[in-house]
Design a protein around this ligand. Structure first.
Ligand SMILES: Cc1cc2nc3c(=O)[nH]c(=O)nc-3n(C[C@H](O)[C@H](O)[C@H](O)COP(=O)(O)OP(=O)(O)OC[C@H]3O[C@@H](n4cnc5c(N)ncnc54)[C@H](O)[C@@H]3O)c2cc1C
Length: 469
């Protein structure tokens, strides 16, 4: 994450050079586990998600190269059929012992409208490829998530978002899409065409059909100044409303056990290009981990060491096109829970989360991320009908993450939070009915379009039918 990178670059760099260095720490880089093999030792197809907590042995892996091919496959594939993007969701959305369906061969720009700044994109395209493709036609997505590895369809299907009071999540930019239904039939959907399906399947979890083409309302390409700085956590919380109005995209990371925050902003600028420097986040995170490993038993010492490291940190700046700055590399794996809260609940929740972690979980070292997202009208959007402030808590992939469910999720739930669909949560249909005003309408439409549940796997049965996975 831009911010996590900053936090870590800042916190980690400082801590590494200061406190941790003082106890003889040598920087090292955590290695991601190798990419999963496409087959296991016995030759069975194997799929695993990014963090490694979900895996599946699909009977078929399907990768159509055209809509015609997709239509045929949908009618004949083994079930459950699960569309998959980059596998970067933390939940079991894509898990299947039937067909794993990838649109990796349906990528690139289909068409664009230079005057209206719109572009139609094959939905298997990764966000990392969309940035340069749009820049070449003078357009950009002005708000991007922390990483750009996701496919466009995978990103919108879970309500993936960036940050900024004036910006909706990625699906809020959709003006039209084409979807292939369980029976192989195609529907073009927009506010005026198949409007109910447009409302339901913009954030559709891959449960309504397979998105093939998505038209986005983009913005004219501009250069932005990215600024990252360290600040006192309490002062940051007090200034948060002002900071939100002062910057186009802004977020911060609260670094637990330190009393500090790292703030990251992006604003349009005419300044000359100053490309971003080398990624140091992974080292920084490992340095925060080292601080946890060595001083975790003594919070006062941990805090003092962090203070020595953070207090003189200089801000960092880069100037470039936004698609080059907004997203980051994340080589250190983690598991994550993020909830979207009514805006006024964000800071009270964040305070409660930090207090709970500092009181009960000295093993946590990942910074806690706070962002804002503008409301929209997609039925299953966590931002349906309300502007949101999000709070995201991470657990290193080798560490226990059960505390996210036992300690953190009850706080989110007490404050009317809605979970990120792609991140850890324990909710079921019964819970969503009260959280989402149009949940029952979405569930009914899903049933009508896929009466035999060809797209339903255990995770989606829990979400839509309330069945225990
Ligand atoms: C390191 C990291 C950083 C992240 N940062 C952010 C962030 O900053 N903001 C944020 O909001 N989220 C973030 N996420 C979460 C991530 O954006 C979402 O989980 C996203 O859905 C992943 O996209 P994907 O292409 O990997 O999709 P997958 O995880 O493969 O699939 C997600 C969903 O999309 C469906 N799907 C895929 N393709 C299609 C299709 N063609 N038609 C219909 N449905 C389809 C799948 O069935 C599934 O339900 C992050 C995740 C990681 C691992």
């Amino acid at each position: 994450m831009v911010s996590r990178r900053a936090v870590v670059g800042a916190a980690g760099g400082a801590i590494g050079a200061g406190a941790v260095g003082a106890v003889g720490y040598r920087a090292w880089r955590d290695r991601e586990p190798a990419s999963p093999p496409a087959q296991d030792a016995e030759g069975h197809l194997l799929w695993r998600n990014w963090s490694g907590i979900e895996h599946a042995y699909p009977a078929q892996r399907l990768a159509p190269a055209s809509e015609d091919e997709l239509s045929v496959l949908l009618r004949t594939a083994q079930t459950p059929i699960r569309p998959v993007g980059a596998g970067h969701s933390f939940t079991g959305l894509a898990v299947t012992d039937g067909a794993l369906l990838s649109l990796d061969r349906m990528t690139g720009l289909v068409a664009h409208d230079a005057t209206a700044h719109r572009a139609t994109i094959w939905s298997g395209t990764r966000l990392a490829e969309i940035g340069p493709a749009l820049a070449a036609i003078g357009q950009e997505m002005p708000n991007l998530p922390d990483i750009n590895k996701q496919s466009l369809a995978g990103g919108v299907s879970t309500g993936t978002h960036g940050t900024g009071r004036q910006f909706r999540a990625l699906h809020g930019q959709i003006v039209k899409f084409r979807i292939a239904l369980a029976n192989g039939e195609f529907k073009d959907c927009s506010p005026s065409d198949n409007a109910e399906l447009f409302a339901a399947a913009r954030v559709g979890l891959g449960a309504f059909g397979v998105l093939t083409q998505i038209e986005l309302q983009n913005a004219p390409l501009v250069r932005v100044l990215k600024r990252t700085w360290v600040a006192d956590l309490e002062a940051t919380l007090e200034q948060w409303p002002t900071l939100q109005s002062a910057h186009r995209n802004i977020e911060f990371y609260a670094v637990p056990f330190t009393g500090y925050a790292v703030i990251i902003s992006h604003d349009p600028t005419e300044l000359p290009v100053r490309p971003r420097g080398q990624d140091e986040d992974a080292n920084g995170l490992m340095e925060l981990k080292a601080l946890r490993d060595w001083l975790g038993f003594a919070p006062a010492l941990r805090r003092a060491a962090a203070h020595a490291a953070f207090q003189d940190m200089a801000p960092t700046e880069a100037v470039d096109e936004g698609w080059k700055l907004l997203s980051n590399e994340r080589p250190v794996r983690f598991n994550e829970m993020e909830y979207h809260l009514p805006l006024e609940q964000q800071l009270p929740v964040l305070r409660e989360v930090i207090a709970a972690i500092e009181r009960h979980r000295r093993d946590v070292f990942f910074p806690i991320e706070a962002r804002t997202i503008k409301q929209d009208d997609a039925w299953l959007s966590p931002f349906y009908g309300r502007d949101c402030g999000s709070v995201a808590v991470h657990a290193y992939y080798k560490d226990d993450h059960q505390f996210l469910f036992d300690l953190i999720e009850p706080i989110f739930r007490r404050h009317d939070g809605r979970p990120h669909w792609g991140k850890l949560h324990s909710l079921r249909a019964q819970d969503f009915t009260s959280l989402y005003p149009r949940f029952n309408d979405a569930a009914a439409l899903r049933r009508e379009l896929d009466p035999h549940g060809r797209f339903l796997n255990p995770h989606l049965r829990r979400v839509f039918l309330g069945e225990e996975a």
